[in-house]
Design a protein around this ligand. Structure first.
Ligand code: BES
Ligand code: MN
Ligand code: ZN
Length: 498
């Protein structure tokens, strides 16, 4: 999509399709009011006639406007004026995206950023528009056969202009477009990888794609194979992949946008390309969704791509341990004890708690970068979905400033996180009679004990864990990856500049 921002007086302006907001009780935004006046009150007349109120997300299209340079007008409800909530604005944006897709217009101009959203500036409103428009236009057709693909009509919309109120807004609008586009690209990369089935997106495929992206972009990729992992001593990680025919990979991505001596931010993403649970096998219902168990890894890859596109003046490292978790004659068995890279031994009481076995070795590996902070993102526990539902991701951290920065980045990007306790009190649930630690902590507080497990491998740096089990994909009729936590991570990194 070609995005632009320009100041233009609305009444002389020509476009095949204009998107304009109005509030509940038919209170018009400045742009809608100006158009209404130029059209002799036609807009209000039609809204009244058809009893359209302006509830958030309500859409009313006027397909033909005689005597106007605007060929088609899409009016989008913004909800109650004065309430100015983010949720209502995002509802309006999603509805606008749907209407633009269905309009078949090739070009459009938007004025939705006129909407009042409390505490949010023009740049934020433009960025959100781009993210929600790209999400609305996204379709995953890679796996449709000849006919299926032939039936799919790609959206026609190719150009979108933000119509500004004054010349002085141009700079901020252009910066927002650049950020919005990079975040949307990163989300698309993450979604495409995540939506691929496990028989296509294997650890090797994921590594190949990361290398391919790195070649096109300004970051480097290094792929460690099982021999490398063995030499390093990543016994926990390797134990998970033993049960699979597909070899494990550790994907190492490095982006240097700052001087070499600047300590990097390390992002670690769980990359289980399929999680059947191993010997402690999962129930059959919805097991297909465990192809999404690599959403953390995909999010890290997408984030690196966005960071490189934005040429951020930071050093950022991405670590994606990638493996399958399957039952087989070589798979981990309950009671097995493995030795992690850190030297800590782990009793595997449930082979389905495999994510932490990969992540603990990746966290230990992160130490060699002498990082400024380490953030892991992982579809780690079903218990997190039980605790928080599917709106926020769970956040745990051993460092107050890092936790605060992530909460702020979540609010800023609207890819929100909710902090959970990492109290010492929970640690005793991980006691093992035979090894240093058990890989599960019993039925109570499953998402918390998973974080507590990881914390033992993250003692040497500021660390945060983000459980994205409830947020990385949608289940049910709308099944598909969401692209989260790319907005959160990119926002966190943007906030580190200046
Ligand atoms: N990948 C799953 C977590 C998961 C489950 C995410 C369902 C999203 C939806 C993870 O590897 C897992 O199986 N966790 C177990 C841990 C348990 C065995 C302690 C879980 O959540 O049941
Ligand atoms: Mn599992
Ligand atoms: Zn898993």
């Amino acid at each position: 999509m070609d995005y632009s921002a320009k100041f233009e007086p609305l009444t002389q302006f020509t476009t095949p399709c204009a998107v304009v907001g109005f509030y509940q009780k038919r209170k018009l935004t400045p742009a809608a009011a100006a158009l209404d006046e130029a059209l002799d009150g036609l807009i209000l007349k039609l809204l009244k006639r058809d009893d359209i109120e302006g509830k958030a997300g309500e859409v009313y299209s006027i397909a033909h406007l005689p005597g106007s340079g605007i060929e088609r007008l899409v009016l989008v409800g913004l909800g109650k004026k004065g309430e100015g909530g983010v949720a209502a604005y995002r509802k309006a944006l999603a509805a606008a995206a749907k209407a633009l897709k269905e309009s078949n217009a090739k070009q459009a101009a938007s004025l939705l950023h006129e909407a009042e959203v409390e505490g949010r500036d023009l740049g934020w409103k433009i960025r959100q528009f781009i993210e929600l428009l790209e999400a609305g236009l996204y379709t995953f057709t890679q796996m449709k056969g000849g006919n299926g693909n032939g039936n799919h009509k790609p959206p026609r919309l190719a150009k979108l202009q933000f119509v500004l109120d004054g010349e002085e807004q141009t700079e901020a609008a252009k910066a927002a477009i650049r950020q919005g586009r990079a975040i949307a690209h990163g989300m698309k990369i993450a979604k495409d990888l995540a939506n691929l089935p496990g028989n296509v997106c294997t650890p090797t495929y994921l590594a190949d794609q990361a290398e391919h992206l790195a070649r096109k972009s300004k970051f480097k990729a290094r792929i460690l194979d099982e021999k490398d992992l063995e030499e390093l001593g990543m016994g926990a990680f390797l134990s998970v992949s033993k049960g699979s025919e597909e070899p494990a990979r550790l994907i190492v991505l490095e982006y240097f946008g700052a001087p070499d001596k600047a300590a990097p931010y390390v992002l670690v993403g769980k990359g289980l390309t399929f999680d059947a649970g191993g010997i402690s096998i999962k129930p059959a219902a919805n097991m297909d969704e465990m192809k999404y168990d690599m959403c953390g890894g995909a999010g890290v890859i997408g984030t690196l791509a966005a960071v490189a596109e934005l040429e951020l003046p930071l050093n950022v490292v991405g670590l994606v341990p990638a493996s399958e978790n399957l039952p087989s004659g070589r798979a981990n068995k309950p009671g097995d004890i493995v030795k992690s890279l850190s030297g800590i031994t782990i009793e595997i009481l449930n082979t389905d708690a495999e994510g932490r076995l990969l992540l603990c070795d990746a966290l230990a590996y992160a130490k060699r970068y002498e990082p400024q902070a380490v953030i892991d993102v992982a579809t780690l526990t079903g218990a997190c979905v039980v605790a928080l539902g599917r709106h926020p991701s769970g956040l745990w951290s051993n460092h107050e400033d890092l936790a605060a920065a992530l909460l702020k980045a979540g609010e800023g990007s609207w890819d929100r996180v909710w902090r959970m306790p990492l109290w010492e009190d929970y640690q005793e649930q991980l006691k093992s009679n035979f090894a240093d630690v058990a890989n599960i902590g019993g039925p109570d507080g499953g998402s918390v004990t998973a974080a507590c497990f990881l914390s033992r491998f993250a003692k040497d740096f500021p660390w945060a864990h983000v459980d994205i089990a409830g947020t990385a994909w949608k289940t049910g009729a709308e099944k598909g990856a969401t692209g989260r936590p790319v907005p959160l991570l990119v926002q966190y990194l943007l906030d580190r500049i200046a």
